[in-house]
Design a binder for this molecule. Sequence first.
Ligand code: IPE
Ligand code: IPE
Ligand code: MG
Length: 246
Amino acid sequence: MSKLESIDLNKCPEHIAIIMDGNGRWAKKQGEMRLFGHTSGVEAVREVLKGCVDLGVKYLTLYAFSTENWNRPKEEVDGLMNLLVETIANEVTELNENEVRLLSIGDPNQLPDACRMELEKAKQKTAKNTKVNLILALNYSARWEIINAVKKIASNVEEGEYTAKDISEEHFVNALCMPNIPDPELMIRTSGEYRLSNFLLWQIAYAELYFTDKLWPDFSKEDLFEAVYDYQSRERRFGLVSEQLT
Ligand code: IPE
Ligand code: IPE
Ligand code: MG
C-alpha cells in the first residue's frame, strides 16, 4: 500500500523545498565517478515532481547548485553544468505534458552561457503552465540572496521610496528572489546531513525540517510521501501554545 493513501490531501504543504544531497556518496558506493551520481539524481527529480502532482503541491524548490559548489574540482563543476544544460533541454516536453512551470533562483550571470540560455528558453516555454512550479536554485546561496535584498532596499531608501526607519518585513520579502511565492512549509534534506548549507535561510524560518539518510538518487515518490506524512503529524505552533490552535 502506498503511503499516499494515509495522507490528508487537504493538508499538504503548498511549497516543499529539498536539499538534494548524497549523489557523490551514492556513486562512490558503486565504484562509479561522482558525476554518475549526479546523472542518476535526475530520475529522483522526475519522481518527486510526479509525487508533487499526486499531492497537489504547488511549489517545489530544489537546491541544484550552491555558490560554494564552484569550489569543487573543475571536472565535476563542468560535468554538472553540462548535465544541467542537457537535462533542462531534454525535460521541457515532459514539463509541458505535466503542466510544470520552470523558474529559478540564484545569480544566472555566472552560469556558462549555454546553461543560462537553456534555462531561459525552458522558462519561456513552460511559462503558461500552472499545475506545479518547479524552482531550481542554481548558483544560489541564501547569504547572496540576503545581501542582494539589502542592496535593493538601500537603493530604494536612497531614491526616497521609504525611509530607513520604515523598513518592514514586507520590504525585505519584496527584495528577495521570489517575493510572490509562499514560504516552504516543509524542507527535506537527504543523505543524513543535518544542516542547511546556505539554503533559503529567510524563507524557512518556520518550515518543518525533515532529514533522511537516503542518498538523493535513491529518493523515491514513496519517500516524499513518507516526509509529507511525517509533516502532517507535527503541531505547527508558530509561538502559540497548543490550546490556542484549533
Ligand atoms: C548533491 O550531492 C548535489 C550537489 C551538491 C550538486 P553531492 O555532490 O553533494 O554528494 P555528496 O554529498 O558528496 O555525497
Ligand atoms: C548543498 O549540498 C548544495 C546542494 C545540494 C546543491 P552540499 O553537498 O554542497 O553541502 P555541504 O557541503 O555538505 O554542506
Ligand atoms: Mg553533498
